[in-house]
Unconditional design. Structure first.
Length: 371
């Protein structure tokens, strides 16, 4: 999905590609560190007033799997992301029209797989994930321990989403409610999958329903990209949790200077973290031990509580991508960057030609010739 969407989208952006890609990455970083600082200041104000006990014992082991079929990914998520960006940029720089057309065909192939296989299987995957959590006792045994902290973090997610959509709507001059009202399915899917990458197909579907005010080329370019580099909800969550656990285990929160350094570095690590369950906290374990000085017990507790609410952090990440796409849509309009007429319309199941399924290439050639 990442290669099939990002690389062709970059080739369609033409000479503007480097600037647009730079703006997108900068937006993701600013949003992430903004969420981190918001969480940090909230932590200093709220955590001293909390009294939380911890207990993570007594979880039930899952039964031995009778039959398991492992289908490993062809490459890691970040490898796919880097390959997509470099491939798209190189096609533009080298004016490799043949490869660009090949990537366009590949995008339609991926769309067919997503709409016919991935999306129908997602409900089954979500249901079995919740069954496993319920059997282990994760939901019943861990939730009471950190309930207050988790609720505070979830409220923080909603506040940060309101800030993001407010800023994006003001910049683009569009009503942000016209975007966020379509994100319900993506939010719920992210709660079940706990993975931005696994929710990508649904997020694309939701974002395309918000066209306009979103621009379709910014949707197919921005949503897959932001799914892997924009993890504002996970960053917000991790900052608040490490401050809480530091207070629990060590009797004090980290100093302001230490937390500022942690937040700035965490924004970089979030861009490089995979959009998979626990990707942000796993990528930043070095920061937790190196910058904050957590021992094995503290690190284990961070992983435990983060896993407890990871679904809501992921849902915030995915929903926030819509705000950044709205900002990008406003940016390209203000800069007078025109939308490519060849751009493939995504996830409009009512019109197979728009999905590229069974699309007659001779008809496309005739259309381009007449233009």
């Amino acid at each position: 999905i990442i290669i099939g969407f990002i690389a062709p989208s970059i080739t369609k952006l033409g000479k503007n590609v480097s600037r647009i890609l730079g703006v997108a990455v900068l937006l993701a970083y600013v949003s992430s560190i903004g969420a981190a600082f918001f969480s940090m200041f909230s932590g200093y104000a709220i955590i001293p007033n909390l009294s939380i006990a911890t207990s993570v014992e007594g979880l039930k082991e899952l039964p031995e799997v009778v039959f398991q079929l492992d289908i490993p990914q062809i490459m890691p998520v970040m490898s796919a992301l880097v390959l997509s960006v470099l491939l798209g940029l190189a096609c533009v720089w080298a004016k490799a029209d043949s490869i660009a057309h090949l990537l366009d065909e590949f995008q339609r192939i991926v769309l067919s797989i997503v709409t016919r296989i991935v999306i129908p299987l997602l409900p089954v995957f979500i249901a079995t994930t919740f069954c496993a959590l319920a059997y282990e006792g994760t939901i019943t045994k861990q939730l009471p321990v950190f309930l207050i902290v988790v609720l505070i973090v979830i409220v923080g997610h909603y506040i940060w989403l309101a800030v993001l959509y407010g800023i994006a709507g003001a910049y683009a001059g569009k009503n942000p409610l016209k975007v966020i009202r379509h994100y319900g399915p993506a939010y719920l899917t992210a709660v079940g999958t706990m993975s931005s990458a696994a929710t990508l197909a649904v997020a694309l579907q939701c974002a395309n329903k918000a066209v306009p005010p979103l621009r379709r080329d910014m949707v197919s370019f921005g949503i897959p990209l932001f799914a892997n580099i924009h993890l504002c909800g996970s960053v917000l969550t991790e900052v608040f949790f490490v401050m809480t656990i530091s207070q629990m285990l060590y009797g004090a929160m980290p100093s302001m200077g230490t937390m500022i350094l942690f937040c700035l570095l965490l924004g970089v690590f979030a861009i490089g973290a995979p959009g998979v369950p626990g990707g942000t906290v796993m990528a930043s374990l070095g920061l937790i031990t190196g910058v904050l000085g957590f021992d094995a017990t503290g690190t284990a507790l961070v992983l435990t509580i983060f896993a407890l609410q990871d679904s809501f952090g992921t849902a915030c990440n995915v929903t926030g991508d819509g705000a950044l796409s709205l900002f990008m849509s406003g940016y390209v309009r203000k800069k007078g960057i025109e939308e490519s007429e060849e751009h493939v319309e995504l996830f409009n199941a009512s019109d197979e030609t728009k999905l590229g399924i069974g699309y007659d290439q001779s008809e496309k050639a005739a259309e381009l010739s007449s233009e």
